[in-house]
Each structure stands twice: as structure tokens, then as C-alpha cells.
Design a protein around this ligand. Structure first.
Ligand code: ADP
Ligand code: ARG
Length: 342
């Protein structure tokens, strides 16, 4: 592979940090699973509008291709090579009340964590047989849930298009045909090995074999961040009793995209801010200050509709799970105060 040519206006962290020198240093390297720099950068090379543009193939990718991953991790999470990642997923340390008790602004709250299994490569290079094995191990583990979290596993293969589309529209299921995932190798053999587990109320869900092997999700209507967090903590604790997650001392939970390393947690609200969103500079100033990201109402790379936005924590590495939830809480409180004052 030759050094890729990026257009002048390319804004991805890939084109910022993949210098000719870094490329020369990495171009002949391989991880034990055979992951190469060509595979790592393909998504950002094919999608020049990427924000990040790189994916990992296994835990070792983050070491073998560190000259590219490290500066991207530093810029995205503010996490230095010398920093330590410390986890705290203890609900007792999250003390907060609902920031919008009358549900005037917050429509719904969702917190997810990404996880991958210790014994397999990441989805970018996993084989079909390994992916099917992940699906089996995880869906078997989920069968032992009881009470509020008990539910059923629905494989994507064989699901009717109507049901699939309704689940996507209602924000429960991952979308199909994402071009960033496609170029990263994450859509190979679709829909084999993919599926969704959920309880009856759809307040606890697990996506299997999308961008990460597991996305464990807790969500509900309204703004009770703590209730959503507590449910997720309980569920994650339970799942890790039966499957071993991929983890590193330095980077926490290992995920296919470097933006999800560490806690792999994205805590979000769907929030209606019709006045503030007329002044996007002020809106962005508040979200930047609070380490928050703005997404559209149908998730990443989607547009906002009717003044409703998806607001979530941006940092996930070098901060704890409790910190991620507080980033969301503090930011949302400020956004609501400003909206009220306008
Ligand atoms: P992820 O959270 O897994 O990184 P996306 O940004 O694609 O991925 O979001 C996945 C789905 O979750 C989308 O349908 C999105 O609308 C939905 N979603 C995210 N946050 C919320 C929320 N607070 N309430 C309801 N749905 C949400
Ligand atoms: N690869 C995509 C980009 O660079 C997504 C990056 C972050 N989001 C994610 N789902 N991993 O824009």
C-alpha cells in the first residue's frame, strides 16, 4: 500500500496524525492476528468525512500501531501515555436527582457500554466462525437473567424487515449498512451472528456483533440518569460473571474504535432545546465546556429533528464510569438553565 492522499480540507484525526514518517514506520507491521495499518486506516481513507478514521483489529493493535493511535487517543480523550485509567462503576458513588423532574426538556436517557471478548479478535477481523461463537456465548449468558432484566434474544437473520425498521426507528436497534463500519470490515457476513437481546420493557438491551461484540444498553423515558446507570451497572456485573471481557491495564476496556476505549461508556439524553439551538455557537460553547458531544436524533452521523438533540459525554478514557455520568448530568443541568433563561 502507498501513502494515502487525503484532500486538503480533510479534518479526520487520521489525516492529521498519519504523517509519511508514521506510515513508513508502520507499513510492514502486523499484529499476531494479522492486522495491518492498511486495515486500520481503510475506513478513514474511504470516508474522507470521518471524524476519526481508524479502527483496531485486536488488543495488540494499540501497541503495534501506537505511533498513530496514541496521538489520536490523546486528542480525543485528553489522555496521555503516562496517565492511568481507573474504573468506578459503583452506583453508590453516583448521587444525583433527576435534572428535569417534570420531563419538560429531557425525552429519554440511555447509557451504553461497549465490550469485546478476551478470547477473540475484534469485529474488524473476526472470522465468521468466531463471530458465531461470540453470539452463542453471549446469548447463552443472557439467558440466565431473571426479574426486570430477563428477556429474549432476537437474531437479525430471519427478523422481518418491518420489525427491524421499527426497532431502528424507535432507537432500540443499530442501523444497517453504515459506511464507516463497512470499510472497517465490521459488516462482513451481515446479518450472520448479529442480533439484539431485550427485556419486555426495552429498558435493558444488548447488541451482539455490531461495532463491538457487545453493546450493553440501559434506557428509559425521562431524565433519571441514576436509575439508568444503576440498571446498567447491575447488568454489566452480571454478564461479566459468565464471559471474560478484553481489557488492558493502560486502556481499560478495549474497543474497535479508539473513541470508545476505557469505560466504553456513552451516557446520553434526547433533549429538546428549541431556543438554545437557534444559537449554535452558544450551544457548542456549553457542550464543549462540559466535555459533551452533540449528535442528531437518530444517532451518530444523523441530523437533529424538531429541536431535539442527542447530548452525551465525549471522554471515556482516563475518567471513570461515574465521571462519565456526571459529565452528562452537569452539562444537561447547565443546558436546561440556559434554555430557561432565553
Ligand atoms: P451508540 O450510542 O451505540 O454509539 P448511536 O449514536 O448510533 O450509537 O445511537 C444508537 C441508537 O441509540 C440511535 O437510534 C439513537 O437515536 C439511540 N439513542 C441514543 N441516545 C438516546 C437517548 N438518550 N434516548 C433514546 N434513544 C437514544
Ligand atoms: N469512524 C467514524 C468516524 O471517524 C466514527 C468514529 C466514532 N464513532 C464510533 N461509532 N466509533 O467518523
Amino acid at each position: 500500500m502507498n501513502f494515502p492522499n487525503f484532500p486538503k480540507d480533510c479534518k479526520s484525526l487520521l489525516c492529521k496524525y498519519l504523517t509519511k514518517e508514521v506510515f513508513e514506520e508502520l507499513k510492514n507491521k502486523k499484529t499476531p492476528n494479522g492486522f495491518t495499518i492498511e486495515k486500520a486506516i481503510n475506513s478513514g481513507v474511504k470516508n474522507i468525512d470521518s471524524g476519526i478514521g481508524v479502527y483496531a483489529g485486536d488488543k495488540e493493535s494499540y501497541d503495534v500501531f501506537a505511533p498513530l493511535f496514541d496521538p489520536i487517543i490523546k486528542e480525543y480523550h485528553g489522555f496521555e501515555k503516562s496517565d492511568k485509567h481507573i474504573s468506578n462503576f459503583n452506583p453508590k458513588d453516583l448521587k444525583m436527582t433527576n435534572p428535569d423532574p417534570s420531563s419538560q426538556y429531557i425525552l429519554s436517557t440511555r447509557i451504553r457500554v461497549g465490550r469485546n471478548l478476551a478470547d477473540f479478535p475484534l469485529g474488524t477481523i473476526i472470522s465468521k466462525e468466531q463471530r458465531d461463537e461470540v453470539e452463542k456465548r453471549v446469548s447463552d449468558a443472557l439467558k440466565s437473567f431473571d426479574g426486570e432484566l430477563s428477556g429474549s434474544y432476537y437474531p437479525l437473520k430471519g427478523m422481518s424487515k418491518d420489525i427491524q425498521e421499527q426497532l431502528i426507528k424507535d432507537h432500540f436497534l443499530f442501523k444497517e449498512g453504515d459506511r464507516f463500519l463497512e470499510a472497517a470490515g465490521l459488516n462482513r457476513d451481515w446479518p450472520e451472528g448479529r442480533g439484539i437481546y431485550h427485556n419486555d420493557d426495552k429498558t435493558f438491551l444488548v447488541w451482539i456483533n455490531e461495532e463491538d461484540e457487545l453493546r450493553i444498553i440501559s434506557m428509559q423515558q425521562g431524565g433519571d440518569i441514576k436509575e439508568v446507570f444503576d440498571r446498567l451497572a447491575k447488568a454489566v456485573d452480571f454478564i461479566q460473571n459468565s464471559v471474560k471481557f478484553m481489557k488492558s491495564e493502560h486502556l481499560g476496556y478495549i474497543t474497535s474504535c479508539p473513541t470508545n476505549l476505557g469505560t466504553a461508556m456513552r451516557a446520553s439524553v434526547h433533549i429538546k432545546l428549541p431556543k438554545l439551538s437557534r444559537d449554535m455557537d452558544l450551544f457548542k460553547k456549553i457542550t464543549d465546556k462540559n466535555h459533551l458531544q452533540i449528535r442528531g436524533v437518530h444517532g451518530e452521523h444523523s441530523e437533529s429533528e424538531g429541536g431535539i438533540f442527542d447530548i452525551s459525554n465525549k471522554r471515556r478514557l482516563g475518567v471513570s464510569e461515574v465521571d462519565c455520568a456526571y459529565d452528562l448530568y452537569n452539562g444537561v443541568k447547565e443546558l436546561i438553565e440556559v434554555e430557561k433563561s432565553l
